[in-house]
Ligand binder design. Structure first.
Ligand SMILES: Nc1nc2c(ncn2[C@@H]2O[C@H](COP(=O)(O)OP(=O)(O)OP(=O)(O)O)[C@@H](O)[C@H]2O)c(=O)[nH]1
Ligand SMILES: [Mg+2]
Length: 93
């Protein structure tokens, strides 16, 4: 199995991609935004402001499945929803 980050591929066509939506849910300050920042951008900031409402991050990966012969390449678009943990800042939850 191999997963490759293709977020910077400017030639990508949205219709070619399988699309998945993920939501991070949890109390304020547990690290939801930090987790997504690390996964999407590889960064960490120890002075993050609380998230307001919902922040949607996108990540594009290629997944090479070896379960079939020949192997199959899946193009995947992850829509990562970062929600507000503080109830008063949440718009949807
Ligand atoms: N020590 C430590 N601190 C972390 C970790 N992840 C996040 N933090 C810190 O915890 C604080 C809150 O992190 P956030 O990622 O903003 O938390 P959040 O769940 O998105 O919070 P809300 O947006 O208010 O819901 C920040 O100051 C981060 O630097 C971790 O793995 N270890
Ligand atoms: Mg947050």
């Amino acid at each position: 199995m191999s997963i490759t980050d293709y977020s910077n591929d400017s030639t990508k066509m949205e219709s070619d991609y399988l699309r998945f939506k993920f939501l991070t849910l949890g109390d304020s300050g547990v690290g939801k935004t930090s987790l997504l920042n690390r996964y999407v951008a590889g960064t960490y900031n120890d002075k993050l402001a609380p998230t307001l409402g919902v922040d949607i991050r996108d990540k594009y990966v290629y997944y090479k499945s070896m379960c079939t012969k020949p192997s199959k390449l899946w193009k995947i678009h992850l829509a990562l929803w970062d929600t507000a943990g503080q109830e008063r800042l949440g718009l949807f939850f």
